[in-house]
Design a protein around this ligand. Structure first.
Ligand SMILES: [Zn+2]
Length: 474
């Protein structure tokens, strides 16, 4: 990436900050509607999939609710047609996505390709152009650090001391958070020291590396930050952190409490983003999550895609991302339950509506060493292990009984089952080998006919525990 792209990223970031600070709500909504119309027309004109979907709709008169809903399965089925550019084939996308050597590189030298298992366990592929990627990064930067982009603060972390930023993420695949840290204009590294740490590393090794790096900022997943807080309370992790941010899952009350206890005075902010749209919402210092309405439309809907009123928990959300014009996602379904409040005027002064995201339901596993000590294993590293396996359609990991794990999976082609099971076994073996529970756990792997969503949950519970957490894990 070039210096021009870095400058462009900062311009986008400044604009994003100015809008949030000075624009009225009415002005934001006008801007949002303009961008919405523009992406709909663009998709209709350039993407064969949307052209088919909208063929009988008068786009001049149509309301957003008149447009059909799309989802991951549909986009996957028509992957090539979902794009607004020709000359990118499905096979090229899949080949690149499953090539371990391509991780952290640009697809075809100019696109950013990311994969997700998301919340249904079906792996999705999403691509955008480099310039759209820069916009996304600029917006995320401005909205993540919204209260910190002041001159004294910038002075402190550029002139006085170089900001050390630890991104503790899944780094063995095309995961969006990893790419955010990795695919950065190289000039940015003169201003700050951004280092990537892999969550699949054994905890003791990671703690050692973090102690050495001694970061000011840490970004990771809430369940992982919680596990780090336990390490800090146990005296093994010695870093003093100023700012923590998290993504991919909402915080549980217990995680927030233990983090505050372990890292005194730390500011913790949550982000709501997905691979499909990174910049959905960011928390302010009053702990309210504000929707980035100048870059995304979020509709809270019931099971039949009808809008639910403000203050009511939705069954799903439909997102429209204004940034990605290469692969438009318009009214794209996510199985998140959210509560939106458009009329709440937050003390921070933001014109954006606020959103509460109901918890994703993956669990942290507490596994025991032979000596009887408990170790926390957050869910995301496990998810990362599965995402590397080709031909896997869906998976579920269950902590059945203390230290006994059950893997259930569905493959794309049953002929591949033997290889898939071998790979799952190898990945888990590799992962646990360097931990001190290695000689104390058992794993069963079985092919499953169907993995369904329990009636009480919005989502398939992909990684969950039937074992109660111990009262005190240290
Ligand atoms: Zn606020």
């Amino acid at each position: 990436m070039s210096l021009i792209q870095l400058i462009y990223m900062f311009v986008i970031a400044i604009w994003a900050r100015v809008r949030e600070k000075y624009f009225s709500r009415e002005r934001i909504l006008r801007l949002r509607d303009k961008k919405l119309r523009s992406i709909i027309k663009y998709a209709y004109k350039n993407s064969p999939l949307y052209r088919r979907l909208y063929q009988n709709i008068d786009l001049e008169k149509a309301k957003i609710t008149d447009l059909p809903v799309v989802n991951k399965e549909l986009i996957l089925k028509h992957l090539q047609d979902s794009l607004t550019k020709r000359g990118i084939t499905r096979d090229e996308i899949i080949l690149f996505a499953h090539d371990p050597d391509s991780v952290g590189k640009y697809f075809k030298g100019k696109y950013v390709l990311s994969t997700t298992s998301g919340t249904t366990g079906v792996i999705g592929y999403f691509i955008m152009s480099q310039w759209q990627w820069i916009v996304q990064k600029g917006v995320e930067f401005a909205r993540l650090l919204k209260h910190r982009l002041s001159l004294p603060y910038i002075y402190k972390y550029t002139v006085k001391t170089k900001l050390r930023w630890a991104m503790i993420v899944a780094s063995e695949g095309h995961y969006i958070t990893y790419l955010l840290a990795r695919l950065t204009p190289k000039q940015a590294f003169y201003l700050s020291d951004i280092r990537i740490f892999s969550i699949t590393k054994p905890m003791n090794k990671l703690v050692e590396e973090l102690n050495e790096f001694n970061p000011h900022y840490v970004h990771s997943y809430p369940t992982f930050l919680e596990a780090l807080a336990y390490e800090k309370l146990a005296g093994r992790l010695k870093i003093e952190v100023d700012f923590m941010s998290s993504g991919s899952e909402p915080f549980s009350t217990s995680a927030r409490e233990v983090i505050k206890r372990a890292f005194k005075g730390v500011e913790v902010v949550e982000t709501y983003g997905t691979t499909e749209a990174i910049c959905l919402a960011n928390q302010c210092k009053y702990q309210k999550m504000h929707i980035n309405e100048d870059y995304v439309l979020i509709e809270a809907v019931d099971e039949d895609n009808r809008p639910v009123p403000d203050g009511v928990a939705s069954k799903k959300v439909l997102i429209t991302n204004f940034i990605n014009k290469l692969q438009p996602l318009i009214r794209y379904e996510l199985r998140d339950s959210v509560i939106i409040n458009r009329n709440y005027r937050c003390e921070c002064g933001s014109p954006f509506a606020i959103i509460e995201v109901q918890g994703r339901s993956d669990d942290t596993f507490y596994l025991m060493t032979k000596e009887g000590h408990f170790r926390a294993f957050p869910p995301i590293p496990f998810e990362a292990l599965f995402l590397r396996i080709k031909g896997l359609k869906q998976f579920q990991l269950i902590h059945e009984e203390q230290n006994h794990l059950l893997v259930r999976y569905i493959s794309q082609d049953p002929k591949e089952n033997e290889r898939i099971e071998r790979e799952i076994k190898e990945r888990f073996d590799e992962f646990f080998k360097n931990t001190d529970v290695y000689d104390n756990i058992t794993i069963t792997i079985e092919e499953s006919g169907e993995i369904t969503r329990p009636p009480t949950h919005q989502k398939v519970r992909q990684i969950f525990s039937r074992v109660k957490p111990p009262p005190n894990i240290i």
